[in-house]
Design a protein. Structure first.
Lengths: 474, 194
């Protein structure tokens, strides 16, 4: 792989934080602008789609309330879902964490003597690092979503949950496909490249015996689950394989079939601005002679459910609208979040799994609130980002430089005399020896300059200029 | 046992019960569901014809797909133009199907989708594996919204059901829309007026 077509920096996964990884992404300003504009265009398409429905806000509220009901009754719904699915002939598995999830999949593959499988998009399997695990076991996993296949060929992780290769230019994909799929050198026509991928992956669909898919919604009332794609890759995999394994987080449950109407109206409009995805597939029973498995995964979700301030994050339906609108995501790229689910929602989900490893993510936000405004299930994302900051600082996970600065700030702000002195000193320093603050050690100055400093503070000015009170009063 | 551990952790941590909201059937700004359906389907890359009966549809199919080799149907009204597919065979034998002709239960105006269940296609993969998909629907069976759709589906039983809205597509390469990702490259809907 040449350097030009490899976007994952060597720093990723090395414990390097969002700010550092963003800096790498920001080296190529033209590319950053392009990334920013592309995502903003998708955000605008979302607005247009939302605006066609006068009831949009009511739909969001309804969806949010349905999900709140789900969270409040999740244990019962899971039991109901399991019973219905079993009655439908589905085999149910429970996994407490990522490791168990991966082992369950491995056991099913071993039982069938299968070493090559196809997989459609599933952020849960990304979260569990299933591909890496299976690779170590000598099993080949082919990701069948076009964007996911592109990043897989390049040995990268997806940078966006809906648009996995949004950070790739078509010329680079042309080069990648020339190398791996034998497309003509220098050809970057999306039509031609897509056709090449179609032929390449069709052979996989026709020859693989086991297919894995994700789950968008699982209905407690009926035991069925719904998978949404535009490409048809989940269906091609599942309907041609002898065994279909669907992996889902336990929060994907919804109570009744009719509730799908609310979520399907919101999902694609929020994600890409389409009125609905091309395929909304309802899997209820296995095909004749087929095995259908569902793996129900906790992996920290029950813990998050117990965190009052953060449990609403479990309402997420994975539309990606918060990514597309986020000024930080758009200009820092998905890989800078160093987690399977990037963006604002990923930044409130990740610390639940590992506070230390993801302590930087709630700080990767301007708290502008745009994410909360577009969220189809009304998750208070920016408020949770703010609350995570407090939890992380209290638990001692804040970055060291931030800790010192905040301690100093607290001392100054709680002492009027110190506050006055600090203001005066600050003004003097910026005016006379600006290099002492505007230097490489102070990240605030990276893209900024300070305004000219006033000669005096407001209270100094007030003392000098206030008129003596008139004797009669006015 | 994991099941017990997970369920008790969930039970212990879930918040106090919050009741389900009612779902309203929102009145749509459009009045003609058939016209809306046609507009949306075309906007998402589908083709649509209003015809008086199956014979008219067959004539158009003959013309539109005259260069295609293998046409398959599950409805014997179309045996004049396609082979009748019998279930119970290996799904992989459908890999060379050029055109599949199937029926849908109903259409949804707001998003251009059609509701299709397993019994209407015999083999689940048929509407996905074909190069071109042709779907027949009756004019009276187009409803305004997804809320109406699930009212019709209600508690009906099926092994597999799918809403299909247009040809398969992707925009993964620089957001350029390409029709024909893994499923059909085209989708043609015949609305029968009768």
């Amino acid at each position: 792989m040449s350097d030009q077509t490899k976007h994952t920096t060597p720093l990723q996964g090395m414990g390097v934080d969002h700010a550092t990884l963003s800096e790498v992404f920001n080296k190529d300003e033209a590319r950053v602008n392009w990334h920013d504009e592309t995502l903003w265009w998708i955000r605008q398409k979302r607005d247009k789609a939302a605006n066609t429905l006068p009831e949009w806000e009511q739909l969001r509220e309804t969806a949010s309330q349905i999900k709140l009901n789900v969270l409040s009754n999740l244990s019962e719904y899971l039991i109901q879902f399991e019973a219905k699915a079993k009655a439908n002939g589905v085999i149910i598995h429970w996994a407490a964490d990522a490791k168990e999830h991966n082992n369950i999949i491995k056991d099913i593959l071993s039982k069938h003597g299968v070493t090559q499988i196809v997989k459609s998009k599933s952020m849960l399997t990304e979260e569990c690092h299933l591909n890496e695990y299976l690779k170590e076991q000598g099993i080949e996993v082919i990701d069948t979503d076009l964007g996911e296949r592109i990043v897989q060929l390049a040995d990268e992780a997806p940078s966006h949950i809906v648009l996995p290769c949004i950070h790739w230019k078509k010329e680079e994909i042309g080069e990648l496909f020339h190398k791996h799929l034998g497309t003509p050198e220098g050809n970057a026509d999306p039509q031609l490249l897509t056709l090449a991928a179609r032929l390449h992956l069709r052979e996989k669909f026709l020859t693989r015996k086991i297919a894995i898919t994700g789950v968008h919604f699982a209905v407690a009332e009926t035991g069925e689950f719904v998978v949404c794609t535009n490409e048809g890759n989940a269906d091609m995999g599942a309907h041609l394989a002898d065994v279909h394994i669907a992996c889902m987080g336990i929060e994907k449950i919804i109570p009744e079939r009719k509730h799908l109407s609310v979520f399907l109206r919101l999902l694609a409009r929020s994600a890409t601005g389409q009125p609905v995805t091309t395929y909304s597939s309802h899997f209820k029973k296995p095909r004749q002679a087929q095995e259908l498995h569902i793996v129900l995964v906790d992996n920290g979700r029950s813990t998050q459910l117990g965190r009052e301030d953060f449990r609403n994050s479990l309402k997420c339906i994975r539309c990606g609208a918060c990514f597309n609108t986020c000024p930080v995501y758009r200009r820092s790229g998905g890989h800078s979040y160093h987690t399977a689910i990037a963006g604002p929602i990923g930044s409130i989900l990740a610390p639940n799994l590992d506070m230390k490893a993801y302590a930087d993510l709630p700080f990767a936000s301007t708290l502008c609130g745009s994410c909360s405004n577009v969220c189809p299930v009304k998750i208070d994302i920016h408020q949770q980002l703010y609350k995570w900051r407090q939890v992380l600082v209290q638990q001692g996970h804040a970055p060291a430089s931030k800790k010192i600065a905040m301690k100093g700030m607290a001392t100054v702000l709680s002492n009027p005399l110190l506050y006055k002195m600090a203001g005066k000193t600050g003004r003097w320093f910026i005016k006379n020896v600006s290099f002492t603050v505007n230097n490489k050690l102070n990240p605030w100055y990276k893209q900024r300059d300070m305004p000219e400093v006033p000669k005096q503070s407001f209270s100094e000015w007030y003392k000098k200029n206030r008129k003596p009170p008139s004797p009669e009063g006015e | 046992m994991n099941r017990g551990i997970i369920l008790s952790a969930v039970k212990n941590n879930q918040p106090g019960f919050s009741s389900l909201p009612a779902i309203e059937n929102f009145i749509q700004p459009f009045t003609d569901a058939v016209e809306k359906y046609k507009t949306i389907l075309q906007a998402i890359g589908g083709n649509v014809f209003e015809v008086a009966n199956c014979h008219e549809a067959i004539d158009i199919i003959k013309d539109q797909f005259k260069n295609e080799k293998r046409l398959v149907t599950v409805d014997d009204a179309f045996i004049a133009v396609a082979e009748l597919y019998q279930s119970g065979k290996d799904a992989h034998l459908l890999q060379d199907v050029d055109v599949a002709i199937i029926n849908a239960h109903f259409g949804v105006a707001e998003n251009g989708s059609l509701w299709i269940t397993e019994d209407l296609v015999k083999e689940r993969v048929l509407p996905f594996i074909c190069q071109h998909l042709v779907v027949i629907i009756h004019k009276g069976n187009i409803v305004p919204t997804m809320h109406d759709a699930y009212e019709i589906i209600a508690d009906s039983d099926y092994g597999f059901g799918v809403f299909i809205a247009g040809p398969s597509k992707t925009a993964d390469i620089e957001q350029s829309l390409v029709l024909g990702a893994h499923g059909p490259k085209t989708m043609t809907v015949f609305i029968i007026n009768a």
